[in-house]
Design a protein around this ligand. Structure first.
Ligand SMILES: *[C@@H]1O[C@H](CO)[C@@H](O)[C@H](O)[C@H]1NC(C)=O
Length: 346
């Protein structure tokens, strides 16, 4: 990682790292999401139900694509809105502050130049799509493991109450072949908790909102940023409301989906890409340790108190280390006094 020119960074490790670590993880995530979504590799847990249970007796709302918010619409919006926002935002940031980019251009083996614009776009969109697939995996795994039924479960299941011997509503049916309806509909009616559409839309909205809020520093956007943010969040909430209104999910499913999506987005933005900043924050400065054996004090980890002195007196480290140890007063009382006087000046 030798610096050659200011603004240019040479790295021979970024391409192999990118190929062999990031892409392998990404491919694994996509494969897992695919297996959850389009195959029955992971069979859904079969839960029993109460005869005539009112919570699951809503009418069948029709297949997913006849919904007011069909999955195709959700998936395309969830892909398109953040992609366009990040592309536009990065182009604006790049051309407005082209002179002061802090990100370095990476030169690898004289063949490839990755400019900061390209690196930022790849990073933010890559992390975004990773999170999208992760959210999908979380939601699908939750649905398969819990096997909670949708509100229209009994309308899809069509149990033969006479054959099952249901006299009262308090009777619990655990029989696996209780359903006489279309097996595909029954299987999808067993997948409800958490709501995947709600999770994906809130994930997408929170990621985009954090991008817009944290990256845009343009003057005169005091109302534009909250408008965009609240619109996106409102659209995501609407997806959940429609899911409940169409009897495709319960409120608890939608809330759990919201929580999952928001938590993944916040985690990725704050912990993985450092709030869309240009450079990762520098490591915390290591405080020079006074040799403890000289004073004969056991090594204890003292609470590290940030004081204004840290920045002012780089050469007073030995004095400052006494600030936190007033009980060692008799050791060097004469050194302690100038230290106190400095802190009262500041
Ligand atoms: C329900 O089960 C009873 C008894 O096994 C049978 O006579 C009846 O035809 C069944 N009804 C339907 C709709 O399958």
């Amino acid at each position: 990682m030798a610096e050659e020119k200011p603004g240019l960074k040479s790295s021979s490790s970024i391409v192999p790292c990118f190929l062999f670590v990031e892409l392998v993880i990404m491919a694994g995530t996509v494969l897992l999401a695919y297996y959850f979504e389009y195959t029955d590799t992971f069979p859904v847990h079969v839960q029993g139900f109460f005869c005539y249970d009112k919570a699951f007796s809503k009418p069948y709302p029709g297949p997913e694509h006849s919904s007011k918010v069909p999955p195709v619409l959700v998936y395309s919006l969830v892909t398109a809105i953040p992609t366009l926002t990040i592309l536009m935002g990065e182009l604006m940031v790049f051309f407005l502050k082209a002179g002061s980019t802090q990100e370095k251009t990476i030169v690898t083996a004289d063949c490839c130049y990755f400019n900061p614009l390209f690196r930022r776009i790849v990073r933010f969109l890559g992390v975004y799509s990773f999170g999208l697939f992760t959210t999908s995996i979380f939601a699908n795994a939750g649905q398969v493991v819990t096997g909670n039924q949708t509100p229209h479960f009994l309308s899809a299941c069509l149990p033969n109450y006479t054959a099952l011997g249901c006299q009262s509503a308090m009777q619990y049916i655990t029989e696996r072949r209780a359903c006489t309806g279309n097996p595909l509909l029954v299987a999808s009616a067993r997948k409800s908790f958490p709501s995947k559409d709600a999770a994906l839309s809130v994930y997408s909205a929170v990621y985009t909102v954090m991008y817009v809020t944290l990256v845009s520093r343009t003057k005169g956007t005091r109302l534009a940023k909250p408008t965009v943010s609240l619109t996106l969040l409102c659209l995501a909430m609407l997806v959940g409301v429609v899911r409940v209104a169409e009897y495709r999910n319960h409120w608890s499913d939608v809330l759990a989906g919201f929580f999952t999506g928001a938590a993944i987005a916040i985690f990725l933005v704050t912990c993985v890409i450092n709030n869309f900043q240009h450079v990762p924050p520098p490591p915390p400065p290591v405080r020079p340790q006074r040799p403890e054996s000289v004073l004969g004090v056991p090594m204890v980890s003292l609470p590290c108190v940030e004081s204004p002195l840290e920045k002012l007196h780089g050469d007073h480290h030995s004095l400052r280390s006494h600030d936190h140890q007033p009980y060692r007063f008799p050791a060097t009382p004469d050194v302690l006094i100038p230290s106190r006087s400095i802190s009262s000046e500041v």
